[in-house]
Design a binder for this molecule. Sequence first.
Ligand code: 4HQ
Length: 248
Amino acid sequence: MIIDILTIFPEMVASPLEESILGKAVERGLIAVRILNIRDFATDRHQTTDDRPYGGGSGMVMKVEPLVRAIAHARAADPPARVILLSPQGRPFSQDVAWELSRERHLTLVCGRYEGVDERVRRHYVDDEISIGDYVLTGGELPALVVVDAVARLLPGVLGCSESTAEESFAHALLEYPQYTRPDIFEDHQVPEILLSGNHAAVRRWRRQQSLRRTWQRRPDLLKEADLSDGDRELLAEVIGDDGKSTP
Ligand code: 4HQ
């Protein structure tokens, strides 16, 4: 998959793409990330990318010409890009949206700054608009990295075979069960006995029950979407009323 990131702060997005799983994915050619500086597409002497808003008011607006030239450059590639603007007004990003984007061959992520981009860019030159959440950031760069990270890990070969994204999508809508590693006792804190038992069926049951309980306690909204089996309902009934803080 080709991913372009259009930004006036290329250094802000570069290093996260060099580390760890994303860095490996790039090295192995599973994703090709091209960071394009919008400033390079400005045509005036000062390479201006922003200007004052028509109608007055505070802050600056990203100019239409450099953005449209940068987008045209990305679209001219083969295969042509799906162009996505990161903005609080976009459709909410989610695991489902990440799966959807993972099926594309070429994405172009447009990062705005200041008060945002000229409305004509949004209306006529962008295919999709995505928000990573209901809070206000200083620019679209961090949201673009969030999207790249969530999408890249779904591509075949990006994760080691131990972490299965298909399994994840199956279990989807439930929170993860608690994880422990050595030592089995740290200060006063014991790892739940069942995890040391070697009883794989009992461990599976306990983990499923923990996922259900956590989801019930912290994200009941997710539980409404999950299709629970009769067995799940029984597991949940056993632990409803637990405060989630007591030792399991
Ligand atoms: N911004 N999800 C303002 C965001 C944002 C978000 C991006 C701030 C664009 C101009 N983007 N700029 N939340 O807060 O995507």
